[in-house]
Design a protein around this ligand. Sequence first.
Ligand code: FA5
Length: 333
Amino acid sequence: MYYIKKEFEAALKDAKTHEDLKQIKASFIGKKGRVTELFKQMSYLEDEQKKEFGKNINQLKNYIENSIKRKLDEINETIKRESLDKESIDITLPARKSAFGSIHPITETIIEIEDIFKSMGFDVETGNEIEYDRYNFEMLNIPKEHPARDMQDTFYINDNVLLRTHTSPTQIRVMKEKKPPVMFISPGKVYRRDSDITHSPMFHQVEGLLVDRDVHFSDLKGVLSEFLRMYFGDVPVRFRPSYFPFTEPSAEVDIGCIICKGKGCRVCSHTGFLEVLGCGMVHPNVLRNVEYPKEYSGFAFGLGVERFAMLKHGIDNIKLFFENDIRFLKQFS
Ligand code: FA5
């Protein structure tokens, strides 16, 4: 029995896995194990000896069972520690860098334009992209069947509701809500059935409106010339007579071509100038429609944001802004 115990202890000492323990258990206290075999030998003993021998074998068996249990706990603990060691985090390693996004060039252009006008004292208002025909056209002096509606091919939702074709209806919304004087710009998306390399069915405009007593065309000229100087730098600015039903007189503003510096090229159709915005003195009918008192006058303007961004960054296709090609967008980060 002594030797069995010693052999068991030696075997247990070397055991490392659950499988080792299983084998040790089988070979000592399993059905054909060495301790089990000892029980069988008891039948050859005298009654007196049997009692003593049985007691000793039972003690050995209990000892083996308890030792195996303890070893099992030890092995389990080792396995757990090893797996925790493997999963541990090395906090001395350098951190993974997070990728930064960047502001979309159109949003950036709007922010720049807003900053300039805010510095002149203009507020920023928001309008509605889904708009009433009445605000988009009629109250801006463009009645139904007016030929000027052809200038802005429209997406209608029903007879009275449409996707706004310009930001000018915001003039009506703000003037209906606020008493004069008003002085604000309003950026946002507009929609037209229009698509080529410089025109997109969805694009952005910034509207501007200033209404007060004694507002003259010279104020319009001063504000817009200064704005263009602040945005594009020192470029020639030209006011050219034009027509919008909601302003009278109306003008379009050109700047000296940024690409050829006024010498004449394909982009400016060899004129040396590029049109950048529409403007004019608010038409008296519009002021009457929003019930502003007669002594008030004002000027309004509207510009295409994509056109500003294209000129500033030398981009020749408007679609690049909307394709979300990361290689293009990354250049503005
Ligand atoms: C207007 O939309 C007038 N509401 C502007 C205005 C406001 C005039 C207040 C007077 C007083 P126009 O249709 O010209 O005007 O558009 C203004 C600018 O939007 C254009 O100069 C052009 O830069 C841009 N634009 C027009 N159509 C498109 C298009 N499909 N894609 C991209 N930009 C466009």
